[in-house]
Design a protein around this ligand. Sequence first.
Ligand SMILES: CCCCC/C=C\C/C=C\CCC/C=C/C(=O)SCCNC(=O)CCNC(=O)[C@H](O)C(C)(C)COP(=O)(O)OP(=O)(O)OC[C@H]1O[C@@H](n2cnc3c(N)ncnc32)[C@H](O)[C@@H]1OP(=O)(O)O
Length: 289
Amino acid sequence: MPHLPPAQGLGFRMRPSGGKSGRPAARSVHGVSEVSASWWWWSQAPLQLKNLPVNSFSLEFLTELIINLEKLENDKTFRGIIITSDCPKAFSAGVDLREICGKNPAHYTEYWKVLQDLWLRLYLSNLVLISAINGPCAAGGCLIPLTSDYRILADNPKCLIGLNETRLGISAPFWFKDPLVNIIGHRASEHALQLGLLFPPAEALQVGIVDKVVPKDQVQSTALSVMTQWLAIPDHARQLTKNMIRKPTADLLVKHRDTDIQNFVSFISRDSIQKSLQMYLAKLKQNKD
Ligand SMILES: CCCCC/C=C\C/C=C\CCC/C=C/C(=O)SCCNC(=O)CCNC(=O)[C@H](O)C(C)(C)COP(=O)(O)OP(=O)(O)OC[C@H]1O[C@@H](n2cnc3c(N)ncnc32)[C@H](O)[C@@H]1OP(=O)(O)O
């Protein structure tokens, strides 16, 4: 892991709500983020993503997320995580475009490798992962939902979800496409991916990219109730089954990850792509005004 300087506004929060176990809240500060590990409910941890303003995946944020997931995975008292956003504007805006614009090939290589690491850790996690999606998530912003076991989306027209890469003039990586195919099927994925569809809640539910749509103020309580159902299953049986179903998909990335990195680095280093990225970033800033 690279050494990371302290940063403000970056972190993950595990919010206490009068935990049933009676355990005292543990609070520790690590490098870039403050992690307050408390018990909210027996063996489930709410993980709130907070990289203001839009939870874009900076290298630093990705690295911290991986470290925190590893800690939860190794802490045998946790059996599941509810992942949500603590940023009002988005669940996640995906790849942080500043990480892939105006940097050098070594940086792009490291960035893509860490993004792959996060995907692998999530996709093969032994924990029950539930995405409580309380904001928009486009393209790379779908990484966490697509690698989760269950997705709950807030019923708000701003909460668009989907792999819209083609609309940005790029193609989704195969390891984004594969989980989508596994979730919504081949034909629906062809349609969604080629057209770069971003689904509003009702359509997202219909196509199956999310499992439930509920009013925004019920996303957390619904996630808790779904988690209770999943935790009623013995861990070892559920984990073996999850692994059996997901391993072939994960193995594809493991096998092809070096080639995938090379392809990404050579693509992103092109002058034409760098120019498009600069224009897209400028457009995002203009839209704000
Ligand atoms: C030509 C484009 C090419 C893009 C990629 C090229 C190559 C990559 C190759 C392969 C990767 C494939 C797989 C993954 C791809 C991705 O994830 S690409 C990123 C996809 N995400 C987006 O396009 C989301 C863009 N953002 C938005 O749509 C909106 O910001 C929003 C999340 C809906 C929130 O809207 P709003 O509430 O109106 O907030 P603002 O638009 O004002 O945004 C606030 C600030 O956040 C900055 N920002 C937004 N998204 C990103 C981002 N992805 N990376 C970095 N920064 C981002 C935005 O500029 C604002 O900044 P300032 O406050 O103005 O400084």
